[in-house]
Ligand binder design. Structure first.
Ligand code: NAP
Length: 236
């Protein structure tokens, strides 16, 4: 049985990934931070193994690694999905906002990957899939810190793909457009209609549609360093 670790698996895109990987026969390790009830529900539904850890805290990540490594061995697929967003004018972004954004979206991905890649390198196989955003590709107004962090995810993906290719490990990234999850709960009906109009497919994406792309990247041994847009055509 192959092992997948999904960070931020308790809600939204991560949760959809948990169900998708479970359907494909993977043992799912479901990292979460605050949403314990949601994580328990997914455990009951699909037998996922929930692990509470704030990915921005290196000690909690080391504990998560030790638990998985000692009891189950190596992770075959790592999905670096956990993330936060914030909409703010650039001039209103504080140092704390900036640090928080980078601590979770970039440093967290770095901490988690650094722990779990060790076993992948020893085994000379593994798949790492990072979740960026279309704003990391194009830049989003009033989301400078989010866009900068998501652009960093792309740079991280491409560099690591080059470095780890010789070790048999692929590193890719999915770049979602506007997906119907809690992260977009702040959007008004009017905002949603405007976004739908700007999207050739004419609607928001579903978390399951992003999970399909993640699963696809996990199935390939020859795609690496790629940024796969899943956005209904809003950015082409
Ligand atoms: P979401 O519904 O808000 O869910 C976020 C998930 O991340 C939750 O499971 C949350 O866990 C987890 N998380 C947040 N901070 C964490 C931390 N410090 N440690 C561990 N887990 C943490 O968001 P989503 O829409 O599914 O987004 C998932 C990823 O896709 C993010 O990286 C996001 O930037 C990216 N993305 C989303 C969209 C979109 O339109 N929705 C578009 C582009 C990219 P708890 O609830 O347990 O704390």
């Amino acid at each position: 049985m192959k092992n997948v670790l999904i960070t931020g698996g308790s809600r939204g895109i991560g949760k959809a990934c948990a169900y998708a990987f479970s359907k494909e026969g993977y043992r799912v390790f479901l990292n979460y931070n605050k949403s314990e009830e949601e994580a328990e529900k997914i455990k009951n539904d699909i037998g996922a193994i929930p692990i509470k850890a704030d990915i921005s805290d290196v000690e909690q990540i080391k504990k998560m690694y030790d638990f998985i490594h000692k009891n189950y061995g190596k992770i075959d697929v790592l999905v670096n999905n956990a993330g936060i967003s914030q909409v703010k004018m650039f001039t209103d972004i504080t140092e704390k906002d900036w640090d928080n954004m980078f601590n979770v979206n970039v440093k967290g991905m770095f901490f988690v990957t650094k722990e779990f890649v060790k076993d992948m390198i020893s085994a000379k196989e593994g798949k790492i899939i990072n979740i960026s955003s279309m704003w990391g590709v194009t830049g989003g107004s009033c989301e400078v810190h989010y866009s900068a962090a998501k652009a960093a995810v792309i740079g991280f993906t491409k560099s690591l793909a080059k470095e780890l290719g010789p070790s048999g490990i692929t590193v890719n990234c999915v770049s979602p457009g506007v997906i119907d999850t809690d992260m977009n709960g702040h959007l008004s009906q009017e905002d949603i209609e405007e976004l739908n109009e700007d999207t050739p497919i004419g609607r928001m994406g579903k978390a399951e549609e992003v999970a399909d792309a993640v699963l696809f990247l996990a199935s390939s041994d020859f795609i690496t360093g790629e940024v796969l847009n899943v956005n209904g055509g809003i950015v082409i």
